[in-house]
Design a protein around this ligand. Structure first.
Ligand code: ATP
Length: 363
């Protein structure tokens, strides 16, 4: 099958306006069949709007959305092979768990007995068979969310839309549900489109992530792409923690860029398309890709003084005041402490970057 045939959802130059306000500015992206795809961004960036356009709850102001090759603009929500799981579960309180799951199937024309058989299978899938006769109020929040999932999966939609479905759960349960959701997606082969503002959740579960801000897509890629190779300041800052240096690009040769800091210190890193000689840009370096030494490990080591060491269980976070540039955060994993040095506060030392760790950002 060609890539084109594998596309579940194709969003082409889609724009959404509410009166004078543009909630989505010309978004184009393709979501593949069987993919766990996440729309990630801060509150108000437009991710729910895009999800609602795919579901058919909002119309598309300009552009088009294709589902398995067919334009869906004129298809009402209940005719789309798509189902949605909402944050607030929306279970019927007076119905049993089994009836809650069977209800949607009956609405779609299944006989009562077929609907109940299928609902039973779905409860098995989410490991809630033993609670089939209970009412929603007799289940925990996590169990209720699994019922909502079973209900949405029961009609076997081609695409499942999940709008922040885990945000009402406490951290431990959320982490367990993240793994369960990923497992369910693999098991059913259904395309999942997941909306969240939680970057860690997105990194944990997704095959690919679209990072959005202010109605625009900032970057589309695998979790590793987005984390290791952020395209711009927004992505570098929003995903994980990073250190930023202002640099000027002096030369580019053989895929490497030579840059200098304001005070003249020279650094090299991989070149990036769109950043040429003479550019003044930011360089991003993740804290765990830095290490400290008494002497510079290469000419590029940045001289500074340790301000503080913070013990955070699995890691030690060191705050370093650089001679040139802002304070840096260096993260040393406890498991690395045999190889990597930690210096006492007040000690002068050098901060060195692992090769390939520094990334130039487009803006
Ligand atoms: N019906 C509407 N009329 C006018 N503006 C709207 C409407 N629905 C959404 N918006 C605006 O569109 C923007 C995007 O909203 P959307 O709900 O898609 O954001 P979001 O990224 O999902 O945020 P959150 O995480 O808070 O749900 C927001 O600024 C919101 O105020």
């Amino acid at each position: 099958m060609s890539d084109k045939e594998n596309i579940a959802i194709d969003v082409r130059d889609a724009v959404k306006r509410y009166g004078d306000f543009t909630a989505l500015k010309t978004i184009s992206l393709s979501i593949m069949d069987n993919e766990f795809f996440t729309l990630l961004g801060p509150s108000g960036c437009g991710k729910t709007t895009l999800l609602r356009m795919i579901a058919g709850f909002e119309d598309v102001t300009e552009g088009a959305i294709f589902l398995y090759g067919d334009e869906i603009e004129n298809l009402p929500p209940n005719k789309r092979p798509v189902n949605t799981v909402f944050q607030n579960y929306a279970l019927f309180p007076h119905m049993t768990i089994l009836d809650n799951v069977a209800f949607g199937l009956e609405m779609r024309g299944a006989s009562k007995s077929d609907a109940r058989t299928k609902a039973g299978e779905m409860l098995e899938l989410v490991q809630l068979s033993q609670f089939a006769a209970r009412k929603p109020s007799q289940l925990s929040g996590g169990q209720q969310q699994r019922v909502a999932l079973a209900r949405a999966l029961a009609p076997q939609p081609k695409v499942l839309l999940l709008d922040e479905p885990l945000s009402a759960l406490d951290l431990k349960l959320r982490k367990a549900m993240q793994l369960e959701l990923k497992h369910l997606q693999r098991e059913t082969g259904i395309t999942f489109i997941f909306v969240t503002h939680d970057q860690e959740e997105a990194l944990t579960m997704s095959d690919r992530i679209a990072v959005m801000s202010a109605g625009e897509m900032q970057q589309l890629g695998s979790p590793t792409d987005i984390y290791e190779r952020p395209h711009n300041m927004f992505v570098a800052d929003f995903i994980g923690e990073t250190n930023l240096l202002e640099v000027s690009v002096d030369g580019i040769a053989e895929g490497r860029a030579t840059c200098h800091l304001g005070g003249g210190h020279e650094l090299t890193c991989n070149a990036v398309d769109g950043i040429g000689v003479g550019s003044k840009v930011h360089m991003s370096i993740r804290p765990e890709r830095l290490y400290m030494s008494a002497e510079p490990m290469a000419s590029e080591g940045l001289h500074g003084r340790v301000k503080d060491n913070i013990f955070v269980g699995t890691d030690i976070t060191t705050i370093v005041q650089l001679d040139e540039g802002p304070d840096f955060v260096v993260r040393t994993s406890n498991s690395d402490r045999g190889n990597k040095r930690i210096f006492e506060p007040g000690t002068e030392m050098f901060v060195n970057m692992e090769r390939g760790a520094a990334r130039l950002l487009v803006d």
